[in-house]
Write a protein that binds this ligand. Structure first.
Ligand SMILES: [Zn+2]
Length: 248
């Protein structure tokens, strides 16, 4: 890449030197680390478009050094409410951290970009817990970590009741097989039905689903742990989210 014109979402935004910012931008072309020079100056035209969670059109330049520079930036949607409402902010930070940590650098994936963009739009208007569970299961699926949600992953038998979920193996276990797995956790049939709907339904219709608080808490814990196990590290924003909303 010498020049690249691309739309993107600002997932990380850190002050650097006197007036610059270091940005992590997620684009359909992948995740790009860059520097936006002088954007903290009051007169900077790029100031608005580099704010956290902004959806903007970027022009990027990469010279001989490895650092990518933002040369132009025009705001498409600033997602203001995600920065002014603490609960929605905490959920957006969590989705951003999952994307930064789970998606490899510079790996193009239009589906993940569209998922994140859609979920940030949903987050402005719908139940933040529901939207975040939707984001978690969809990004897991898109990255090839989809759990088995229909039959027992050990014997292939159908799951009628008393289901368990193996975080390590990724999927359901029937009551007969669960004993052979060390890290099998309970999953209620209600939470399982919600998880299947979030995983399979048309994305645009998912924001209208209703998720009861018990199912939401169960899925929040299960999906958060599932992602952390794949990353082999804790997500810092899960703790922050817990403090802000008590949802995990
Ligand atoms: Zn089984």
């Amino acid at each position: 890449m010498a020049y690249l014109k691309v739309e993107g979402l600002v997932l990380k935004n850190q002050d650097y030197k006197e007036a610059d910012k270091l940005l992590t931008i997620y684009t359909p072309e992948g995740k790009i680390s860059s520097i936006a020079k002088g954007v903290r100056k009051v007169k900077s035209k790029m100031r608005g478009g580099v704010q956290l969670f902004c959806h903007s059109k970027f022009e990027l330049y990469q010279g001989r050094s490895s650092l990518v520079t933002v040369t132009q930036c025009e705001t498409i949607n600033s997602f203001t409410s995600l920065r002014t409402d603490l609960d929605r902010f905490a959920h957006a930070v969590y989705m951003a951290e999952i994307t930064v940590e789970l998606v490899p650098d510079r790996e193009p994936n239009k589906d993940i970009f569209y998922l994140l963009l859609t979920c940030l739009h949903f987050l402005e208007n719908y139940d933040p817990g529901l939207v975040t569970r939707l984001f978690e299961i969809r990004i897991i699926n898109l990255l090839g970590y989809a759990p088995e949600l229909n039959v027992c992953l050990h014997c292939g038998g159908s799951i009628e009741r008393d289901a368990k979920f193996s975080l390590e193996q990724g999927g359901l276990l029937c009551s007969q097989c669960a004993g052979q797995y060390k890290y099998a956790t309970n999953i209620s049939m209600g939470a399982l039905a919600s998880l299947k709907a979030l995983s399979n339904m048309n994305l645009d219709k998912c924001c209208r689903l209703r998720l009861g608080s018990a199912d939401e808490n169960e899925l929040s814990s299960l999906l958060g742990r599932y992602i952390e196990l794949r990353l082999d590290k804790k997500l810092r924003s899960r703790k922050f989210l817990n403090e802000c909303s008590g949802s995990i």
